[in-house]
Design a protein around this ligand. Structure first.
Ligand SMILES: Nc1nc2c(c(=O)[nH]1)N[C@H]1C(S)=C(S)[C@@H](COP(=O)(O)O)O[C@H]1N2
Ligand SMILES: [Mo]
Length: 460
């Protein structure tokens, strides 16, 4: 039995107890937890003896905690930015309505052109890279999950409840996120809604946790010197001194690994995951080792050999839809103009090098040629543009249409692309015409465009 389960007769160290015998401040009646302590469930009393790693302790927990304290808010913030990049003001972000969590609307910028590539890359990449650190942090405090009695005061119950949301929240975000980038919707709920609200639950719990533990983390960090730990091999590894939180094992076993070994193992796993992830953003051999990239790992050769999110076949686009009979319809203020591909090729052509960055975690930079969106607006006499609604010839599907902000329509690099890397667009990349706009989420770079409706102050 550990010392805590047999409180010394005559009262506990809590001063309040002396003033109110039999009752702790904000605590349960002492009889309750004494009863609980005397009746542990099978195995609970020996937990302290079973978790024997001499590496567990406030310092190690604090090191992992510090990394997560810096990293996880960044994952959260870049996730929110990705949400905002979808222009929620047009009701096209997922989830569509977030109630009072709605953030002030603003126009997602078109510069720098790699902005969305950066935010989604950090969100997915850092999220994946931090997984080993999350698991290591959980390992370092795991025995506390089995602490008995489970709580002695209302404050402790609340704290453990917040830990449930914290741990449950981060594991939920990791699992749903990983499944999403594999396009493996094994769960019966909407990914975006769950991942979005799950993130807020996690962050609320994180703020609570930081408020409660920040000082102990700082004390923990100061309790040992990192350079010294990094120079200490297994033979010299000693347990940390007993701590009030009981992170240190009551009966530490001999070390099987040094602290520097543990840090190297966890850091090495993170580095490995990072290496398997960054390839999602670069061509050549990198993309081939991007094991977490589900689509387009073998994008084929030639100028159109870059990743395809959804093929023409998958989108139900038939050859007849995009043959010589294809027309682009432009609309504004009740007017309508139709152009064929030859007509578009006869207009002023512009060439830009821009990324397609898919929110599912990959990106690719290519050189696109086509007509400026603002030239198309002029062709149909649209002015005072506030937005443009782009519709593909796909009959159904979430990605068949997108609304662009005014700044996205008017940017000199925003194109209806007809060609890529010097050749006609391939069928899978959106032939006869697709949208490409700097810093626009890939999902809004509509392929197989059939119609563009310009909206403006002067009707339309
Ligand atoms: N019509 C249509 N356009 C679409 C899609 C689609 O499914 N249908 N997918 C979008 C998504 S999610 C991405 S990331 C990009 C990918 O473009 P790519 O397949 O040419 O690489 O196209 C976008 N345009
Ligand atoms: Mo995408």
């Amino acid at each position: 039995m550990s010392a805590e389960s047999t409180p010394p007769a005559g009262g506990s160290p809590a001063g309040s107890e002396r003033a109110h015998p039999g009752r702790r401040a904000y605590g349960f009646p002492r009889r309750w937890w004494e009863f609980l302590a005397a009746h542990p469930p099978p195995g609970a009393a020996t937990v302290n003896r079973r978790w024997r790693s001499p590496l567990r302790g406030p310092w190690l927990t604090s090191v992992f905690g510090l990394v997560l304290l810096v990293g996880l808010p960044l994952v959260f913030l870049t996730g929110l930015l990705d949400y905002l990049a979808y222009s929620p003001q047009f009701g096209q972000a997922f989830p569509r309505d977030v109630g009072w969590l709605r953030l002030p609307p603003f126009d997602w910028p078109t510069r720098p052109s790699w902005l969305f590539r950066l935010t989604q890359g950090l969100h997915v990449g850092l999220g994946i890279t931090l997984i080993p650190i999350v698991l290591a942090k959980l390992w370092s405090v795991l025995p506390k999950l089995f602490a008995w009695p489970p709580a002695r005061s209302v404050a402790q119950v609340l704290e453990r409840l917040s830990l449930l949301l914290l741990v449950g929240g981060i594991l939920f975000e990791i699992v749903t996120g990983l499944l999403d980038i594999q396009y493996a919707y094994l769960f019966g709920f909407d990914f975006y809604t769950a991942h979005y609200f799950g993130a807020w639950v996690f962050v609320a719990a994180l703020v609570t946790h930081v408020a409660l533990k920040l000082r102990r983390m700082l004390t923990g960090l100061r309790s040992r010197s990192l350079p010294e730990e990094l120079a200490t091999y297994r033979a010299g590894t000693r347990p940390e001194p007993p701590d009030p939180d009981e992170l240190v094992a009551a009966l530490p076993g001999p070390p099987t690994m040094s602290r520097r070994g543990a840090l190297a193992l966890v850091g090495g796993l993170s580095a490995l995951l990072a290496a398997l992830t960054v390839g999602q953003h670069f061509e050549g051999p990198w993309r081939r080792i991007a094991l977490l990239l589900p689509r387009g790992r073998q994008p084929g050769a030639g100028p159109t050999g870059f990743p395809v999110n959804r093929t023409a076949a998958a989108a139900g686009v038939r050859a007849a839809d995009i043959g010589p009979g294809w027309r682009l319809t432009l609309r504004a203020g009740g007017r309508s103009v139709t152009v064929d591909r030859a007509g578009l090729l006869a207009m002023a052509q512009h060439t830009v090098t821009l990324p397609i960055a898919c929110v599912e975690g990959w990106s690719t930079v290519q050189t696109w040629t086509g007509v400026r969106l603002r030239d198309l607006a002029a062709l149909v006499g649209a002015d005072g543009i506030t937005a443009a609604h782009v519709v593909s010839l796909e009959k159904a599907g979430l990605f068949r249409q997108a609304t662009l902000q005014a700044n996205q329509v008017l940017d000199a690099d925003s194109l209806l692309a007809l060609r890529v890397n010097g050749v006609d667009l391939s069928l899978d990349h959106g032939y006869p015409a697709r949208v490409i706009v700097p810093a626009l989420p890939g999902v809004h770079c509509t392929k197989w465009v059939a119609r563009i409706e310009f909206r403006g102050r002067t009707g339309g």
